[in-house]
Design a protein around this ligand. Structure first.
Ligand SMILES: Nc1ncnc2c1ncn2[C@@H]1O[C@H](COP(=O)(O)OP(=O)(O)O)[C@@H](O)[C@H]1O
Ligand SMILES: [Mg+2]
Length: 291
């Protein structure tokens, strides 16, 4: 299992959208068994995947899955003491090769408790090791901070993608975050591969964006060969609990996520059958993983 952290300490840079859309495309178009991990207490990824812990009757008619999700990543991580629930017990099967470890606001307390633990930076890494035979790819959606959840994700990951908007304000914060990634590489996880910065909300016609991309390149930072543009379809899809790929398959942004998935497969040597396509309700995850 190759684990990729999707991280940036700034909010609103497209981390959750990247995790979800990249995960769906890897699962459907590249036949990877994908585990999404919601490590952000805001739980946007869990909601976007249609997993809710409670639901009012009015919501029942929508696309929200009615799942009585009692536990999340918080109970698996634990706090000052190790968690009491195994990871495989909280996983939700989203169909078509995709699974999620949900998150919720209990992750705030879990992260505070973790600070009292021995080897607190590598708790998530040990937890993910318990399912590494069951998945090909794990994508971790990080919170918008540099706290222990993000640090755990970076310590558990083989690679990191940093989604960033090409604006002057974002660039300052971006450089600080890259310093954190370098510290993790030096101190704890030397094999962590910085895949690169994923430009999001990118508009090649804007001079401002063009200038910022130049600045990022001059700072010596790798920029991924695929950029994601701003499109209302991406936001609409998230609102409809779908990926842009399933919502508007032929939209340019959906195809950009396909290109990103192909880049990731090639860079991380993920084997995929040519013309693999996994349809709804089809899954190749092992039987014993099904709830
Ligand atoms: N390419 C895009 N075009 C338009 N809206 C987007 C795009 N990517 C994300 N969004 C929307 O922007 C908001 C922030 O994105 P999100 O992925 O949640 O960022 P983060 O996880 O970094 O905070 C969300 O409402 C999301 O639906
Ligand atoms: Mg998010």
């Amino acid at each position: 299992m190759q684990t990729i952290a999707i991280a940036n300490h700034k909010g609103g840079t497209g981390k959750t959208a990247t995790t979800h859309n990249l995960g769906v495309v890897l699962a459907r178009e590249y036949a990877q068994r994908v585990l999404l991990v919601n490590a952000d207490p805001q739980a946007s990824l869990t909601g976007t995947c249609g997993v809710q812990d409670e639901m009012s009757p009015n919501e029942a008619a929508g696309r929200t899955r009615f799942l009585k999700q009692i536990f999340s990543l918080a109970e698996v991580l634990g706090g000052a003491k190790p968690g009491h629930v195994p990871l495989r017990d909280v996983l939700v099967d989203l169909g078509a090769n995709l699974w999620i470890c949900p998150g919720d606001t209990a992750l705030v307390a879990a992260a505070q408790g973790l600070s009292a633990r021995l080897q607190r930076e590598t708790v998530l890494k040990k937890i993910l090791a318990t399912v590494e035979q069951n998945f090909d790819v794990c994508l971790i959606d990080c919170p918008p901070d540099q706290g222990l959840l993000t640090i755990n994700a970076l310590c558990a990951a083989h690679a990191v993608i940093v989604p960033a908007q090409p604006t002057a304000q974002d660039l300052r914060g971006l450089l600080l975050f890259i310093e954190t990634v370098k510290s993790i590489q030096t101190e704890i996880n030397p094999s962590l591969l910085f895949l690169g910065i994923l430009l999001t909300f990118y508009d090649a016609r804007l001079r401002h964006h063009h200038d910022q991309v130049q600045c990022i390149a001059e700072a010596g930072l790798t920029i991924l060969p695929v950029a994601i543009g701003r499109s209302v379809r991406v936001a609409e899809a998230a609102g409809a609990c779908q990926s842009v790929f399933t919502y508007a398959r032929h939209h340019p942004e959906a195809q950009h996520y396909v290109a990103l998935a192909q880049f990731v497969c090639e860079r991380l040597n993920l084997a995929y059958p040519i013309q693999a396509r996994v349809e709804e309700n089809q899954t190749i995850a092992p039987e014993e993983m099904r709830p």
